[in-house]
Design a protein around this ligand. Structure first.
Ligand code: HEC
Length: 273
């Protein structure tokens, strides 16, 4: 018979003790607090950093038919300025005479700067476990450069005000098989689905906390998820038709949420269950 090394047994015993200890501790605690604790523990080494590093590489690499980098891309603070840019998005861009969020602007730069077609640039908007998304990596890099920056989304241009009003209408618009609106799940405090607390997005503090914590590495999915993905998935939860990537509706809704988060300190890419 093969002998089991002493340390294997010791490890197993230790692990068992740790488990028992954890369980004994976990019982009286609120599950939400447990998740919070778990988040804090994981935040020390957030796998989102892998996306950020890949995104930085993509930003600086000469790519596309024209073989140029994205370093000339203007995210609203001037060509190539990444620091703090996300905290001011979505915003009006005079060169295209419309409001854009980060993703739409990145696609714009990939098309007009690097020479990709829109179809090529948006082919893999979200990673699916098998194939990672370049856009998500770029979003991780750019958003990380706003960590610690106070949200400051302007509403000076009429187009920005229009987008906000549209986003607000979408937020409260009820429809679909369940007659849900965003507000059905996110319009009151203290609501939850199973273990998940639903943020009240009409409350300033909750709205700030929610918006400033995306993108996030989702432990349950092993993927970094962007705000666009969050909205896409909530449309699904709402039993609405799929939210089109980069559509006017998605930009308007993002601007509505971002503007309501003004004054909050941006703190993402985060890590979530
Ligand atoms: C059927 C209920 C439901 C509807 C309707 C719904 N959501 Fe959600 N939403 C959720 C759930 C569940 C979560 C995830 C909570 C978690 O995992 O902690 C969530 C999370 C979010 C978050 C991230 C919150 C955070 O702190 O991480 C945002 C932002 C959000 N929803 C926006 C919206 C918007 C905008 C709409 C309307 C288009 C909407 N939701 C519609 C259930 C819903």
């Amino acid at each position: 018979m093969k002998r089991i090394p002493w340390w294997t047994a010791a490890l197993a015993a230790g692990a068992l003790l740790a488990l028992v200890g954890l369980r004994a501790q976990a019982q009286p605690r609120d599950a939400v607090k447990e998740i919070e604790r778990y988040r804090e523990a994981l935040a020390e080494g957030n796998p989102a950093e892998l996306w950020e590093a890949r995104g930085e590489g993509l930003w600086k690499a000469k790519r596309g038919p024209r073989q140029v980098s994205l370093e000339g891309c203007d995210l609203g603070k001037g060509p190539g300025v990444v620091k703090g840019a996300y905290a001011t998005l979505p915003r009006y861009f005079a060169d295209v005479d419309r409001v854009m969020d980060l993703e739409t602007r990145l696609v714009h730069c990939m098309v007009t700067g690097q020479g990709f077609t829109t179809a090529e640039a948006t082919r893999q908007a979200f990673g699916d476990g098998a194939k990672r998304s370049d856009i998500e990596a770029l979003v991780a890099y750019v958003t990380a450069e706003s960590k610690g920056v106070v949200m400051d989304v302007a509403m000076n241009h009429p187009r920005e005000r229009e987008a906000y009003a549209l986003g607000e209408r979408i937020f409260f618009f009820r429809g679909g098989s369940h007659d849900f609106s965003c507000a059905s799940c996110h319009g009151e405090s203290g609501k939850r689905i199973r273990l998940q607390d639903l943020p009240n997005l009409t409350d300033a503090k909750d709205a700030q906390r929610a918006y400033t914590s995306w993108p996030a590495y989702r432990v349950s999915q092993g993927e970094l998820r962007t705000m666009q993905w969050r909205l896409f998935d909530c449309f699904r939860q709402q039993r609405f038709p799929a939210l089109e990537f980069g559509s006017e509706a998605s930009i308007a809704l993002t601007l509505f949420l971002a503007r309501n988060a003004n004054g909050g300190t941006f703190n993402a890419p985060a890590i979530k269950r």
